[in-house]
Structures are given as structure tokens and as C-alpha cells.
Design a protein around this ligand. Sequence first.
Ligand code: BTN
Length: 319
Amino acid sequence: MQDQWIRKRAIVNLLSGGQFVSGEGLANELGISRAAISKHIAGLEDYGVDIFSVKGKGYKLATPLSLIDDKLLLDQSKGRCFYFDEIPSTNGFLLDHVDELNCGDFCVAEYQSAGRGRRGRTWVSPYGGHLYFSLFWRFPQGMAQAMGLSLVVACSLAEVLKQFDVENVGVKWPNDIYLDNRKLAGVLVEMSGQADSECNLVIGIGINLAMSAAQAEQIDQPWSDLSGLPNLPNKTALTLALQSQLITDLQEFENEGLSAFMHRWQQADIFVNQQVKLLMGDKVVEGVCKGIDEQGSLLLESEGKVQAYVGGEISLRKA
Ligand code: BTN
């Protein structure tokens, strides 16, 4: 780990108690000067960490933060784990290394300078604030085998969140996770390979843990985070649980297909039997959401007929 990150991590960990800590206290703990502390604090702010600085009191995190314990993670994870304090994109990293990866290998980072969202959007990824996680998987029979995969990933994510006592979690076709009707987490599946032979998949997941006011301003849709829970989930435990659940579910999906997940999807679907609209470029279709079929297409009932819709460019909204 780079020296600058050893110091910055130590500062964040000392501030993570949520109290003011004086510049002198931090300097003594780290064995560096107060000027060096104030440089690191400014550096952290450049990485999107909101820190109050009050004369006579010191520094305090504006929003709670928890960092991954990288040693514990490396020790306890199955397969290979690639951990970074900063990286352009965890999805990008795995995509650059597909030839060397095995199913279940994953990458996790505290900060992404070029976090990717669906439809070419940016995924705002301040240091330490949220979980940025990508997992590698390979389907020997090509892309057709991966149809419906994003729904499986959403089911895994909902399951893991339940394990961490997050209630009122739902899924929105094809792969968003909602908490109290606002987006809590997003999934971006990227592929490389041929349509009809082995296909490499990178499953990227971003979960909002504690959003600061400054970050919230950059987000153009209703969002939620986990800051309302009595305690923020331990990020290391959350990462390990996510990797383990994904491995279990992807193996089941490979063996049994999407039919094994229909029940879980139906249980969590936030729009089933509701009036919705599908946005497809300039086109809008309205109807009642009837869940999904076994290929993972969205079923929409309109004018007495049920039609299946599929495609990455379709957006589902409440009518
Ligand atoms: C969405 O737009 O809903 C999908 C967001 C996916 C974000 C995650 S964060 C970890 C991984 N790395 C990326 O660059 N993107 C995904």
C-alpha cells in the first residue's frame, strides 16, 4: 500500500468514532507534524471525504465512514481478492485481467476515479463512503447462458442486505436494489468474449452506505443509503458475504437457470401488479407489471395482452 494511504487510512480510522479529534492528537498518534496532518486532511477532501474543521476542536467526519480491513478480507475471502484504496474502476480492473482470472475472484476499492454506471453514466465513488465491488465469472457456453444474470445478481444482493438486517429492500427490473422506494444499489454487468463461445463477465456492484450532502447533489435520481440503520454494516463482513452469496447463486444459476430464482424475484419485486411505464429511447409503453418470464424479460400487460420486454436500454418507471 502506498505510504500516503497508510497515513490517510489511519486518520480516517481515528476519526471514525464520530467525535472531534484535535490536529495535535492526530499528529501524535501518527508521529507526523500537524502541517502534514492538515495536508492529508486536504488530500482526503480531494477524494470526496467531507471533514469538518473547527478551530480549537479539531477535525470530525461530516458523514460516518468505515473502511475495509484489507488484511482480514484477503485472509478470509474465497478465491483471489484485489483490494485498492484508489482505482479508476473495479469493473475496469477485472476486465483488463480476464485471461488471468477464475470464477469468484473479485476486486474492491475505497475510491473510484472513473466509477461506471449503466448507460454510460458516472457512478459517484467518494473515498470510503460506499461499497465498490466487482466479481469475475466465466460462462463456458457463451453469452446466451448469461441471459437473466443481472436478475440473479439483484436477488443475491437483496439476500445479503437482509442478512445485515436491512428491511424493506426490493428489486426493480432488471437489477436495481431499492430501499424504501429509492435506489440503494446498482449493478453493472460487463462482458467480453464471443457470442457463441466462452464468455467472461464482470459483475459490478455499488451499494450506498452513507451519502454526504455534497455527493447527494451529484445524483440525479431518488437515492437511499444505509445511514438510517442503528449501525452501519461492517464493510469487510458485507464484502465477504456478498462474494460468498454471489458464488452460491451463480453456481445455482449455471446449473438450473433462472427458474431457480423466480420465487426470490417475485418476493422482492417492487413493481409487480403496479401501473408502470417502460422508456425505450423516444418510445414509452404503459401497462401493469406482471413480473418476469424465465428468460428474465419484463412482462407488461397492456390492452388485455401480456408482452415480454428485454434489453439494456429499457428503463422501468412507476406510471
Ligand atoms: C448503475 O448504474 O446502477 C450501476 C452502477 C454500478 C456501480 C459499480 S461500483 C463497482 C463497479 N465498478 C464500476 O465502475 N461500476 C460498478
